[in-house]
Write a protein that binds this ligand. Structure first.
Ligand code: GDP
Ligand code: IMO
Ligand code: MG
Length: 421
């Protein structure tokens, strides 16, 4: 029976989803994004080239692939147009390979302004948003005011836009924030016209039609499970459902259609933006992870915070999404470490627990299990057999703790630096 396999980031984003979707895309005729928007930055490396995708699925480089931007995604036409033009310049036939759901929502120029005004009003309590208008666009979706891609094909589009903009201008009055609401408006409408040249479809019929046809779909998550609107470290989260259930809502597919759930994690942790990060390191080891892992945001260029692997948080999200296969990324970043650590429980208010606490202000002291470092250049390994014993120990421990097998180990950014087990 055909199914939708889902790729999810299990941490705070930037786990390497772009690379893995690109690697797996050769096996799937259809690749679909189901949530998030241009807050995402998914990097792909192959043939000595590097690309960063924002709203477009990471299957776009595969010949003959069909790529869907699902209804759960929020689209900024301006960013979308730039992204497509870059791909076209690189010889990728985007218009041939891309489909967009009519029910995906638009990010308006005033959504971005609202995002910035809101963040700047919060001072120290700010989320650390990417300022792409994500929160305000999803707020309008839930508030039943949103503008959808399908609306751009109808006569009343301009007046719907004006009504929503007027609402935003009323909201902006509450902030002491300077802005120019018209600055990007013309560009935005031009980009909407550009989008009309793409295949705009009823995404839910598209997805279910593919499945009925006996073909499989790979669903590409954005952000990470710890940034999920319900289960992440609220309010320091994004505004969409980043766990497996989000794929059903964001594509219009029944839960019974979900096949494998691939959970991607780095061999350590990173977080960009504010919010709790129990295993965060403020020492030289943290700086080393940042340097060796080139941990700077693909979208904003902000340095990513770094820390040891957090198995308590991982176990939590494996539970939430029913992860069936794990994929471990960036192990090579710790090649030079004498010792490697992973948190296996927390001390919260003096008591040891293996659960993620509700209270995000709770003082959490991680309890670590230590591993001997492998001190080997992992990127030289061509297969499982080439991996050092110390490293295999680390892998075995993680599999046992989480109760899920690690099926792929990534040992470098390139498509080819991937070991299948
Ligand atoms: P995404 O948002 O989950 O797609 O991840 P990002 O692209 O934002 O960040 C992951 C970064 O790590 C990118 O720069 C990748 O090129 C890089 N990367 C992916 N896998 C590996 C790996 O196994 N080793 C190393 N050293 N870098 C990797
Ligand atoms: P990918 O798909 C890492 C973080 C932001 C901020 C919070 C809310 O590349 O893994 P938002 O712009 O959504 O309002 O920001 O979420 N964030 C990400 N962090 N990777 C991402 O995407 C992210 N998308 C949002 O830094 O803390
Ligand atoms: Mg990223």
């Amino acid at each position: 029976m055909s199914s939708i396999d889902v790729v999810l980031g299990l941490q705070w984003g930037d786990e390497g989803k772009g690379k893995i979707v690109d690697v797996l895309a050769g096996r799937y005729p259809v690749i679909a994004r189901f949530q998030g928007g241009p807050n995402a930055g998914h990097s792909l490396h192959f043939d000595d080239k590097k690309f960063v995708l924002r709203s477009i699925p990471s299957g776009i480089f595969r010949e003959g692939s069909r790529n869907l931007i699902g209804n759960g995604v929020v689209i900024d036409p301006i960013t979308f147009k730039e992204e497509c033009e870059n791909l076209e310049k690189a010889g990728v036939p985007v218009k041939e390979r891309l489909f967009i759901s009519k029910k995906a929502h638009f990010i308006l120029p005033t959504h971005r302004i609202l995002d910035a005004a809101n963040e700047s009003s919060m001072g120290k309590g700010k989320i650390g948003s990417t300022l792409k208008g994500i929160g305000p666009a999803y707020t309008d979706r839930t508030g039943r005011n949103g503008l959808r891609v399908g609306d751009s094909l109808t006569d009343g589009f301009r007046s719907k836009f004006e009504a929503l903009k007027a609402k935003h201008l009323r909201l902006l009055k509450q902030y002491d924030f300077e802005y120019n609401a018209e600055e990007n408006e013309q560009k935005w409408f031009e980009a909407v016209d550009y989008m009309k040249g793409f295949k705009i479809v009823n995404g839910e019929y598209f997805v279910n039609g593919i499945l009925e046809n006996g073909e499989n779909i790979l669903a590409e998550g954005a952000q990470g499970s710890m940034l999920d609107i319900d289960f992440g470290s609220y309010p320091f989260v994004t505004s969409s459902s980043t766990i497996c259930a989000g794929a059903c809502i964001g594509l219009g597919a029944s839960p019974s259609k979900i096949g494998d759930v691939y959970g991607i994690f780095k061999a350590y942790c990173t977080r960009v933006g504010s919010g709790p990060f129990p295993t965060e390191l403020f020492d030289e080891t943290g700086a080393e992870l940042q340097k060796r892992g080139a941990e700077f945001g693909a979208v904003t260029g902000r340095p990513r915070r770094t820390g040891w692997l957090d198995l308590v948080a991982l176990k939590y999200v494996v539970m939430l999404s029913g992860v069936t296969k794990l994929i471990m990324m960036k192990s090579d970043v710790m090649d030079t470490f004498k010792t490697v650590k992973a948190a296996t429980s927390y001390i919260v208010n003096g008591e040891e627990t293996t659960e993620v606490p509700f209270d995000i202000d709770a003082e959490i002291t991680p309890v670590y299990t230590e591993f001997k470092g492998w001190n080997t250049d992992l990127s030289k390994a061509k297969s499982e057999e080439g991996l050092p014993e110390e490293f295999r120990n680390y892998v075995r421990f993680i599999e046992d703790y989480l109760g899920v097998p690690i099926k792929i180990i990534s040992i470098g950014p390139d498509r080819t630096e991937t070991i299948f087990r």
